[in-house]
Design a protein around this ligand. Structure first.
Ligand SMILES: Nc1ncnc2c1ncn2[C@@H]1O[C@H](COP(=O)(O)OP(=O)(O)OP(=O)(O)O)[C@@H](O)[C@H]1O
Ligand SMILES: [Mg+2]
Length: 261
C-alpha cells in the first residue's frame, strides 16, 4: 500500500542528529529496539539532546512517540540498543532509579491528580520517593513561591483546579524531585487554547531559567515545533526527518502532513 509518509525519507544518520545537538550532550539513545511484550515498536532508533535543549517528537498516531518516552523512563521491553546520560549507560535502570538517581522525570498525561487531596498533598506526592522528606517540603515551598496559581489553592482539593492549573500541578509535582530532564507527553491535550500557551510558557521558563532538558511529544505539531529547539518526525518506529523546529515548520511535506497546510 502506498504510504503518504514515504515522501519524508528515511532515518537521518547520527552525524546529522549530532549537528542538531552539538554541545554538552545530555541524553543519547543509540540503536534502540524496544516495545511491549514481544512486539517491537521502535526499530534501531537514535536520539541526541543537549543540556537545556528542547526536543519535540511529532508524527502520526501509533508512530511510537509515547513509546520513546516510555523507553527512556523504563516502561518498555528493550531488545537492543542503549540509553546514556552524559555518557553513562542507564538503559536498564528502573523508573524509580531514573527519577531518584539520574534526574529523569516523566510527566503523566491528563487526569493524574488526585481530586480529593489538596493541591499541597498532590504536590508532595511527587517527593514520595525521596529519602529526605525535608527536601521535598523545601522544593514544594519553592514551587508555591513561584506559581501563584497553585499557592492560592494550596489547601483546597485539587478538583477545584481549572484544566490549565491541573496541568501546572502535574508538571510541578514532577519538579519536586529536582529532575534535570523532563519527559512530557502531550502537554496541550484537552486544554483550552488560553491554557495551552500558559503550559508552553511554563515549559519555556523551566528550560531557559532552570536549564531543564525537555523531550516532549505533541499532537499539536505547530505549537510543539514553535516551542522546541529541534524536532524529530517519527513514522512507524523510526525517525523520518530531524531538524530545527523552525526549519521543520517551513518544510512543505511536514506542513502538508502535520500542520494542516
Ligand atoms: N502498553 C502497551 N502495550 C502494548 N502495545 C502498546 C502499548 N502502548 C502502545 N502500544 C502500541 O505501540 C504502538 C505505538 O504506540 P505509541 O503510544 O507509542 O504511539 P504514539 O506515536 O504515541 O501515538 P499517539 O499519537 O496516538 O499517542 C501502537 O501500535 C500501540 O498500539
Ligand atoms: Mg502517544
Amino acid at each position: 500500500m502506498a504510504n503518504q509518509y514515504e515522501v519524508l525519507g528515511k532515518a537521518p544518520g547520527l552525524e546529522e542528529l549530532n549537528k542538531l545537538s552539538p554541545n554538552d550532550v545530555h541524553l543519547t539513545i543509540r540503536g534502540l529496539s524496544a516495545g511491549y511484550g514481544k512486539m517491537e515498536i521502535l526499530h534501531n532508533f537514535d536520539l541526541t539532546v543537549s543540556k537545556a535543549q528542547s526536543l519535540c517528537l511529532i508524527g502520526p498516531n501509533g508512530a511510537g512517540k509515547s513509546t520513546i518516552l516510555h523507553s527512556i523512563y523504563g516502561f518498555t521491553n528493550i531488545f537492543d540498543g542503549k540509553i546514556e546520560i552524559e555518557g553513562n549507560e542507564i538503559t536498564n535502570l528502573t523508573p524509580a532509579e531514573k527519577l531518584s538517581k539520574v534526574g529523569i522525570a516523566y510527566i503523566l498525561q491528563d487526569n493524574s491528580v488526585f481530586p480529593d487531596m489538596t493541591v499541597e498533598e498532590n504536590l508532595l506526592m511527587g517527593g514520595y520517593i525521596k529519602d529526605k522528606q525535608d527536601e521535598a517540603y523545601e522544593e514544594a515551598e519553592r514551587i508555591f513561591q513561584k506559581y501563584e496559581r497553585l499557592r492560592n489553592r494550596r489547601n483546597q482539593p485539587a478538583k477545584v483546579l481549572s484544566g490549565g492549573e491541573r496541568r501546572l500541578l502535574e508538571i510541578s509535582r514532577a519538579l519536586v524531585m529536582k529532575p534535570s530532564i523532563l519527559l512530557v507527553d502531550e502537554p496541550s491535550i484537552g486544554l483550552e487554547p488560553r491554557y495551552i500557551n500558559m503550559v508552553f510558557d511554563i515549559l519555556g521558563d523551566l528550560q531557559k531559567n532552570e536549564n531543564k532538558t525537555i523531550i516532549l511529544v505533541e499532537q499539536n505539531a505547530k505549537k510543539g515545533l514553535e516551542f522546541a529547539d529541534i524536532g524529530y518526525v517519527l513514522v512507524s518506529g523510526q525517525t523520518a526527518i530531524a531538524g530545527k523546529g523552525d526549519d521543520l515548520l517551513k518544510n512543505p511535506d511536514v506542513g502538508r502532513l502535520f500542520l494542516g497546510g
